[in-house]
Design a protein around this ligand. Structure first.
Ligand code: ATP
Length: 298
C-alpha cells in the first residue's frame, strides 16, 4: 500500500547545528505514528519540513506518493503550536475566523468538528473561560476543519493535567478509529505507547529505529526472577545458557533472551535443582520507556 508520507534522507542544519542528518522512514496509512526523541533531537524541525514551513537542505519527502502540492496540502491538518484564538470570542466565532483565513470546509463543518472534540455544549462560551484541555481540543478542532486525511500534531498534550492528557488521548484514538492517519511528536513515552501504532525514535538528528510499536519493542524476551537470596541467584543464573545479558535491580534479576527463546520451566528447574526456590518468575514485555532509554543513552 502507498505510504501516506515517505521521507528520504532529510537533512537540515541551522548554521553549525545539524538538526536532521539524513532521516528516512515511511508513515503507513491509518497509522498513529509517534515521533519520539529527547529535547533537541529534531522532532519539531522534521514536522516543520513536512508541513512546508522549513525547507530541507537535502533529501525529499512525498505525501501520498506525490511531491507537495496545494491539493495534497489540503489533506493535511496540523497543530504545531497553540493557535492565537481570540480570548473574548466563543469557540464558534474563533473557528469561523480560522475557517475564513484557511478557506477549509464550510459553516456546517464547525458544528461537526466541535462535536468530535466534545465542545458542543460549550461552543458559545468565551475562549478565556476554557480550561487548558478545552483550549487544546479547540486547537485540534481547528486542525480538523476541511476533514483532512492526515493530522500532524507537535506535543499535543504539552502542559495538560492528567485529565486533559486522557481526553486528548481518547480524541486521538477516536480520530484513528475514523481512519485518519496521525503523526505526532511527543516526549511522553507512556502516551506514545498507549496511543501509537508506529514509532520513530530520534536522537540528535539521527533516526535510531522506526516501525510498528510491537516490533520495535519485541526484539527480546525479558525473564524476571527473584528469590530470598538475590546474590546466590545472580551467581547461579550467570551460568544459565542462552541469555544475552543479565541485570540486577535490587532483589529483582532480569535475564534477556533473543525473542521467542525464553523458557520459564527451564529457568525454574535449573534454579530448583541447584537448591534455589524462586518467589517470582515471569516473562515481561519491554516497555517503550526501557527501549527508549536503551537506544538514547550514550
Ligand atoms: P524539543 O523536544 O525540545 O522541542 P525537538 O526534538 O523538537 O526538541 P528541534 O526543535 O527540531 O528538536 O531542534 C533540533 C536542534 O536544532 C536543536 O539542537 C535546536 O537547538 C536546534 N534548532 C531548532 N530550531 C532552531 C533555530 N531556529 N535556530 C537555530 N537552531 C535551532
Amino acid at each position: 500500500m502507498q505510504p501516506v508520507l515517505s521521507l528520504n534522507g532529510i537533512t537540515k542544519s541551522y548554521g553549525q547545528i545539524q538538526a536532521l542528518k539524513g532521516v528516512s522512514y515511511e508513515v503507513p496509512e491509518a497509522s498513529v505514528f509517534g515521533i519520539l526523541g529527547p529535547n533537541g533531537s529534531g522532532k519539531t524541525t522534521m514536522l516543520s519540513i513536512i508541513l512546508d514551513i522549513l525547507k530541507p537542505d537535502a533529501g525529499s519527502f512525498a505525501w501520498f506518493g506525490q511531491p507537495g502540492s496545494p491539493d495534497t496540502r489540503k489533506q493535511i491538518g496540523s497543530l504545531l503550536e497553540t493557535p492565537n484564538f481570540y480570548h473574548y470570542l466563543s469557540a464558534v466565532d474563533n473557528l469561523n475566523i480560522t475557517q475564513a483565513i484557511s478557506g477549509r470546509g464550510d459553516a456546517a463543518e464547525i458544528d461537526r468538528v466541535l462535536e468530535i472534540v466534545k465542545l458542543t455544549e460549550r461552543k458559545r462560551s468565551r475562549f478565556s473561560a476554557y480550561s487548558l484541555g478545552m483550549k487544546q481540543r479547540l486547537a485540534i478542532a481547528a486542525a480538523l476543519l476541511g476533514d483532512p486525511q492526515v493530522l500532524v500534531f507537535d506535543e499535543p498534550t504539552n502542559g495538560l493535567d492528567p485529565v486533559g492528557i486522557a481526553e486528548i488521548r481518547e480524541l486521538i484514538k477516536e480520530l484513528a478509529r475514523r481512519g485518519k492517519t496521525i503523526i505526532m511528536a511527543s516526549h511522553l513515552l507512556d502516551e506514545v505507547e498507549k496511543v501509537c501504532t508506529h514509532v520513530a525514535i530520534m536522537k540528535r538528528g539521527t533516526l535510531l529505529t522506526a516501525g510498528q510499536v510491537d516490533e520495535v519493542l519485541a526484539n527480546e524476551d525479558i525473564v524476571e526472577v527473584s528469590s530470598n537470596d538475590p546474590h546466590a541467584l545472580l551467581a547461579l543464573l550467570s551460568s544459565f545458557p542462552g541469555y544475552t545479558h543479565i541485570k540486577q535491580d535490587g532483589k529483582l534479576i532480569q535475564l534477556f533472551f533473543p525473542v521467542g527463546t525464553a523458557r520459564l520451566e527451564e529457568v525454574n528447574r535449573f534454579c530448583f535443582e541447584k537448591g534455589i526456590i524462586l518467589n517470582l518468575l515471569l516473562v515481561k514485555k519491554k516497555s517503550l520507556e526501557t527501549k527508549f532509554f536503551e537506544l538514547t543513552n550514550d
